[in-house]
Design a protein around this ligand. Structure first.
Ligand code: DPP
Ligand code: ZN
Length: 847
């Protein structure tokens, strides 16, 4: 029935010593000849090679053509009968023809703006040649590319080059999903890095002619990443060459192919005029992420795709640590948790909930999710918390030593932590195998100098998992005295039962607890507390995350109450004023505190309390609170706005970026009072994209900014990456009364290149983030979205399926909205010839 089960895993019956590939590139008819040196592992067995959309031109065994009776060809592959195979080693050769120019799914070998490129993870290699396309089959690749294009790249080291061809050899065995090929007219920005042991590595960032002046930051980011991985993990690079190529048509952010990373161009190209501070930060983080995969993913890979979080969770944890260390400090944790809640908690609370290591799937591309990535990273973070920094490093050293060159499982990973620490992590493993976000409620008691915290954990059922046993939850707690001094420094309480108490003795007075410091576990903390106590923590907590969290809780509770008709809580308004005035806090931190929770987050919080969220009331509450804050603190906000201007040439460093963030956060509030006067002025004078697009967004949110939108399009019309921002700002921020019409107008203008994933995501992804617009009561938002998913699906099922997560919250809303959303989903489900990707998603969404 098309379902793949973890429990069905079987090793592949053949070893492959090496593969040699010859590509004769042509847009409509590329020929691929593959020669596999194979040996049966355990006696001769039927030999299955995956293959899809391949035109078979010939099969030969040990140099002799294979008779047609010896093999069967289906739509999913080629099987050679055991009876046709020799006892020992043999050489199998296939030749196929493929059409990269017709490949709109952007999986396998395809074309983007005249260049050839590949994307093989997860199962794209089977669209290039017949091969056991599974991560546990690892071999050495030799590649010959024949083409007249000037730059011909593949994995590993260049071993031959001449007129119309290039040959590459990768000495490191790898699974097919890490294969890559690029051919085109490309220009390199080059540099080098010398490893700790003295190996000089040549580095190149390859882009299309004209984009060379936007590559310096990517190159410097790569050099920083290489250095950090040596220092933090003792990991050196292992080839003489590292290439990165920027591609305009790409389904994902980037791909860690061995020695030849391929990137979505939006995650490489940056200049002050065209990229925002956030773009710079993401470019650096993703370059680091893909580079770090060289050890966590490539040298040690996954046994099967159920283990995806083994490489992704760990590598996200590593890139988050990197960004914290080289750029953001404590602010990084705040940003990551905000993102985790917005995406992963949302996923965990809906019909798409799944464990970081799922046990079944129909289409693996549907499991490149926030749960596998971000929750996977949280689970690694909890292991680091439980073992401490030294214990964690010891475990990682053991992981690299024990498993280098292998395809591993979550069990292997846990075992390394058990062996390094002597602890039993059996219960901890539930984090990998179960879905859902635990809710942790806490109560307190103080008597005779003894303070007791009692925790209770409950996880709601998720699809297919009615019962939820208690998890092992590391809860970092510190206690503050009434004057704000820390009376008990942070310690990690390990909760393993459904209900559990922890005591602190010898206290002079009842303390104020700071619980779940640094967000030490991905749980929802529920605590009956007063606004006054939250305000106290916002003013005094020594843990920066919990300091921010206290303000966030106040803001969320205020907004939830306002969405149900209340007026804003005075404690919150007061606390914001104090925070604004705290010059000891960095501008970046103050900006993070000024930003209000998004509308979707408020809706989620209401739904959790069994209140049906009203998108229009939520929007009104949020805008109302912004205006109230602005009135109440106008002078301080004007001071923050004017005082955090950054003169001089643009630098993407954290300090100036933090100032710009504060400036824009203050401006967002002030714009509710001045009819956009300051935002218009900032737009006119801005010399960097952070401020241009920030100001433009504030204008659009007020239903204004027409002149600025026109000017922006006139200036940047020829730059599709910049115009993505123009589209997404309008789709995301236009008022709900006009958002559907605005998106429709852009979508139907001839200029919208919807087949390109970045263009599609900029508009439709932006619209999905427009909470009140997407969830418009008459269902027009749902209908528009469904139209576009249905249109994209036949061309690019992977991106269509991923975008369908816009619907994952539909059951939260009122009956009318639910009826409209369900109708839209059923219309998608009923579409003829729907892809496996999108039909799996819609099936689960309707579940
Ligand atoms: N390229 C994607 C990532 O790095 C999938 N491996 O996460
Ligand atoms: Zn990754």
């Amino acid at each position: 029935d098309g379902v793949t089960l973890l429990s069905d895993y079987k090793p592949y019956p053949y070893e492959i010593e090496k593969i040699s590939l010859v590509f004769q590139l042509a847009p409509e008819a590329t020929k691929v000849r593959a020669t596999l040196a194979m040996t049966p592992r355990d006696g001769v067995a039927d030999l299955h090679l995956d293959g899809e959309d391949l035109k078979l031109l010939g099969v030969a065994l040990n140099g002799a053509p294979l008779a047609a009776e010896a093999y069967t060809l289906t739509t999913t592959g080629l099987t050679i009968a055991a009876s046709a195979l020799p006892e020992g080693a043999f050489e199998l050769q296939t030749e196929v023809e493929i059409a990269p120019a017709k490949n709109t799914a952007l999986e396998g070998l395809y074309m983007s703006n005249g260049m050839y490129c590949t994307q093989c993870e997860a199962e794209g290699f089977r669209k290039i040649t017949f091969y056991p396309d599974r991560p546990d089959v690892m071999t050495r690749f030799h590649v010959r590319i024949e083409s007249d294009l000037p730059v011909l790249l593949s994995n590993g080291n260049p071993v031959g080059q001449g007129a119309g061809f290039a040959e590459w050899d990768d000495p490191w065995p790898k699974p097919a999903y890490l294969f890559a090929l690029v051919a085109g007219d490309l220009r390199a920005t080059s540099g080098s890095f010398t490893t700790a042991s003295g190996r000089k590595v040549d580095l190149n960032i390859w882009v299309r002619p004209g984009d060379e002046d936007r590559c310096d930051f990517a190159l410097a980011s790569l050099q920083r990443s290489m250095k950090w991985d040596e220092e933090a993990y003792g990991r050196e690079y292992d080839l003489d060459l590292f290439n990165i190529v920027a591609v305009d048509d790409f389904n994902m952010g980037a791909m860690e192919n061995k020695g030849l990373n391929i990137f979505n161009s939006k995650l490489v190209l940056a200049s002050p005029e065209t990229a925002t501070d956030t773009d710079y930060e993401r470019i650096e983080a993703v370059i680091a992420h893909e580079y770090f995969h060289n050890w966590t993913g490539n040298r040690i890979t996954c046994r099967d795709w159920f283990q995806l979080c083994l490489k992704e969770g760990l590598t996200v944890y590593r890139d988050q640590s990197f960004t914290r260390d080289v750029r953001l400090g404590a602010l990084k944790r705040i940003d990551d948790v905000a993102m985790l809640r917005a995406r992963q908690f949302r996923e965990d609370a809906g019909p798409l909930a799944h464990p970081p290591r799922p046990s079944s799937y129909r289409e693996i591309n549907n499991f490149y999710t926030a749960t596998v990535y971000e929750k996977g990273a949280e689970v690694v973070g909890m292991l680091a918390t439980l073992l401490g920094a030294e214990g964690y490093r010891k475990a990682l050293d053991l992981y690299f030593e024990r498993h280098d060159g292998q395809a591993c499982t979550i069990e292997d990973w846990i075992k390394v932590f058990e062996d390094a620490s002597g602890r039993d992590l059996g219960q901890f493993k539930l984090w990998y195998t179960q879905a859902g976000t635990p809710h942790l409620s806490v109560s307190e008691q103080f008597e005779n100098g003894t303070y007791t915290l009692t925790f209770e954990q409950v996880t709601a059922p998720t699809p297919g998992e009615p019962e939820k046993p208690p998890r092992h939850i590391p809860t970092a707690v510190g206690l503050l005295g009434q004057n704000g001094d820390e009376v008990v420094p942070t310690q990690v309480l390990e909760m393993t039962k459904g209900r559990q108490s922890f005591t602190f003795t010898g206290l002079a007075a009842k303390p104020v607890p700071s619980i779940l410091r640094g967000f030490s576990a991905p749980v929802v903390l529920e605590r009956d507390t007063t606004p006054a106590e939250q305000a106290f923590l916002l003013a005094h907590d020594t843990d920066p995350f919990n300091r921010w969290e206290a303000g966030r809780n106040l803001a969320r509770d205020t907004l939830m109450a306002m969405a149900q008709g209340a007026t804003p809580a005075p404690d919150y308004l007061e606390a914001v004023g104090q925070m604004l005035a705290d010059d000891a806090a960095t501008p970046g931190f103050r900006a993070a505190c000024l930003r209000l929770p998004g509308e979707d987050e408020i809706a989620a919080a209401l739904a959790k309390k069994d209140v049906v969220p009203d998108p229009d009331a939520i929007r009104a509450a949020r805008r109302g609170l912004m205006a109230t804050l602005a009135q109440r603190h106008e002078a301080a906000l004007v001071g923050a706005y004017e005082g955090s201007a950054v003169p001089g040439p643009y630098s993407p460093d954290a300090a100036p970026a933090g100032k710009r963030a504060l400036r824009l956060a203050a401006l967002a509030l002030l714009s509710t009072l001045d009819q956009g006067r300051r935002a218009s002025a900032l737009y006119a004078e801005a010399t960097n994209m952070t401020e241009s697009i920030g100001a433009l967004g504030l204008l659009v949110a007020q239903g204004a900014g027409q002149a600025e939108l026109t000017a922006f399009a006139a200036r940047w019309g020829a730059d599709p990456l910049v115009m993505d921002k123009w589209r997404s700002v309008q789709a995301m921020l236009s008022p709900p009364e006009t958002a559907v019409e605005v998106v429709t107008a852009i979508a139907e203008s001839g200029a919208f290149e919807w087949k390109n994933p970045n263009r599609f995501r900029s508009l439709l992804g932006g619209f999905a983030a427009n909470h009140a617009g997407f969830h418009r009561a008459d269902g027009a938002g749902y209908a528009l979205f469904a139209d576009w998913l249905i249109k994209l699906d036949p061309l690019n099922p992977q991106t269509a399926a991923r975008m369908s997560t816009a619907f994952e919250t539909w059951r939260r809303y009122d009956a009318t909205r639910q009826t409209h959303a369900k109708a839209a989903l059923e219309r998608i489900a009923g579409t003829q010839g729907l892809s496996r990707d999108l039909s799996e998603m819609v099936g689960r969404l309707l579940g």
